[in-house]
Design a protein around this ligand. Structure first.
Ligand SMILES: NC(=O)c1ccc[n+]([C@@H]2O[C@H](COP(=O)([O-])OP(=O)(O)OC[C@H]3O[C@@H](n4cnc5c(N)ncnc54)[C@H](OP(=O)(O)O)[C@@H]3O)[C@@H](O)[C@H]2O)c1
Length: 299
């Protein structure tokens, strides 16, 4: 256990950190996406993000409605299939296959969660990797690893965009990521180590296999919390003045419990807000992936 006096040795409270909201980042990404969509429409191509909803979960239906509204605002088509909760795995795959073979569809999203008898991950594997707007298909992870173009995993891409938008230098600096999960920590490490002006970082990834992970996080210029363990990142884990990105969250019902303890704002130089940080950028990336997929398909 870390005591209060030990904590005090590790940080000098320096006042509240600059906040790094995600909403303006998302707006900027969506504005670029709308412009790209308009250029495609001028060439007779309407970018299209197809959605599949299984069952009658109100929250999921609400998320689909938000995406459809967003699609309309951006000038996207948004074909939708609503399958009954009793659908079989084969029927779900069939719905995906129809969008896979439709040349007018550029991105496919299966709303999570699906009813318990269905295997969500197995369904995702059947999505054409070129239409995988989540960027999570193993082929797209491979493309990311070797630097080939393809849909990028949304939350990691959103974090890179957030840092760039808020003019936080990443190149040449040390980024420490707490968590090596497949959706967040691992792809983010690959992304931020790439040779690009908004990446090019020295990246360190820590996890449960590194019990003294605080040794690494305390030297980070940029610390990304990606563990999904509420409150795991405390002030004593943060170098004074460092940038802290809170991406990991756990939901208890509708309550959102972030990885980053709010007291970290007293030590960090800049920090994402507890709500409205990384989240909004993730959704914007779905549409950026779809419009880029449409651009690639039309080349
Ligand atoms: N904001 C967003 O839009 C967004 C999007 C995607 C994901 N997320 C969130 O990001 C988090 C991570 O997602 P994920 O899919 O990558 O999760 P995951 O697969 O569960 O990975 C969690 C990682 O955190 C590490 N970890 C957990 N407890 C730890 C501890 N006590 N000490 C050190 N390391 C610890 C784990 O280490 P081991 O590998 O050693 O087990 C693992 O690498 C989740 O909270 C998820 O909700 C947010």
């Amino acid at each position: 256990m870390t005591t209060t006096s030990q904590s005090a040795e590790h940080h000098t409270p320096s006042g509240p950190a600059r906040l790094l909201p995600g909403a303006p980042v998302a707006e900027a990404v969506l504005a670029e996406t709308a412009a790209a969509a308009a250029r495609l429409r001028d060439r007779g191509i309407t970018p299209s993000l197809a959605t599949i909803l299984v069952g009658d979960d109100d929250a999921s239906a609400g998320y689909i409605a938000i995406k459809q509204r967003q699609a309309a605002e951006l000038g996207f088509a948004s074909p939708h299939v609503h399958l009954p909760a009793t659908v079989t795995q084969a029927e779900l795959h069939q719905a995906i296959a129809q969008f896979n073979t439709d040349p007018a569809v550029h991105g496919i999203l299966v709303q999570y969660p699906v009813p318990g008898h269905l295997d969500y991950d197995a369904a995702l594997l059947t999505i054409d990797p070129d239409k995988d707007v989540d960027g999570m298909h193993p082929l797209n992870m491979g493309r990311l690893a070797v630097g080939l173009p393809g849909p990028l995993p949304c939350t990691p891409a959103g974090i890179e965009a957030l840092l760039a938008y808020h003019e936080i230098p990443v190149a040449g600096r040390e980024v420490v990521i707490l968590g090596r999960g497949a959706t967040l920590g691992r792809p983010l490490a690959m992304l931020l180590a790439q040779k690009r002006p908004t990446a090019n970082a020295a990246v360190t990834v820590v996890h449960t296999g590194v019990p003294d992970w605080a040794r690494y996080t305390r030297r980070a210029d940029i610390l990304v919390a990606a563990a999904g363990v509420p409150g795991i990142v405390r002030p004593e884990h943060v170098r004074p003045g460092a940038v802290v990105i809170g991406a990991g969250v756990r939901y208890e019902g509708r309550r959102l419990l972030p990885d980053v303890d709010e007291a970290c704002a007293e030590v960090a130089g800049a920090i994402t807000p507890r709500v409205g940080g990384v989240g909004p950028t993730t959704v914007a990336m779905l549409f950026r992936n779809a419009v880029r997929a449409a651009e690639r398909a039309s080349q």
